[in-house]
Ligand binder design. Sequence first.
Ligand code: 13P
Length: 238
Amino acid sequence: MNRPLVIGNWKMNLDYVEAVHLIQQLGVVLKNKPLEHVDLVVVPPFVDIRSVTSVVESERVALEVGAQHASVHDAGAHTGEVSVSMLQRLNVTWVLVGHSERRAMYAMTDEVVAQTLRTVVRQGLRAVLCVGEELSVREAQNDRDFVTAQLHAALEGLDEKWRPLVTIAYEPVWAIGTGLTASTEQVREMTEHIRTVAASLSLGDVRVLYGGSVNAENAAALVNEGHVDGFLVGGASL
Ligand code: 13P
């Protein structure tokens, strides 16, 4: 098994005061826990990052800080966007790329996802490539083909030296924020499929996470029976 990784995606929740409060609480909870065999990441809104990394660094909280998105561009006239180098200056080490909410609500195409992933890894940050199908796609039994296409679009031709910086998160859209977790069988089937496709793209030992209504009650079964390397957690991470 790969080294486990758990990422908390706070989405557009918590202002910087609330974020400081939560990260301080997390610091207390994590103190003296045996964390040497797991990677933990929190992914706050952009405007909270500076405050969160300050607490993480000053109180030595055993986790890293990520961003929910980054611009595909390096700099320039892109109102409202945040560049990878700006994130790097804030000691951000992870970036979510192509979260389904960005794909669906902010018109992030497969092509932009692929380019953003390259922008992230070229600067040495870790990219969490998010893939996953909508309910209609699963009902039509096209879920595997759909995810295969997303993986190919993002990863085909990725330079060998950047591949170790990639993590894949399988987040079926129908399970996000709905309380409808995918069954452990569905998760196992898809994560095995993702590993096969990733191997065919020369990403043999990539970590595969699951996301979609994960919480303290269902996490153990998803690891043990779903064969995932960890989680991308939304609501429960708050
Ligand atoms: P929930 O855990 O709230 O379903 O969100 C999952 C997700 O989208 C994490 O990125």
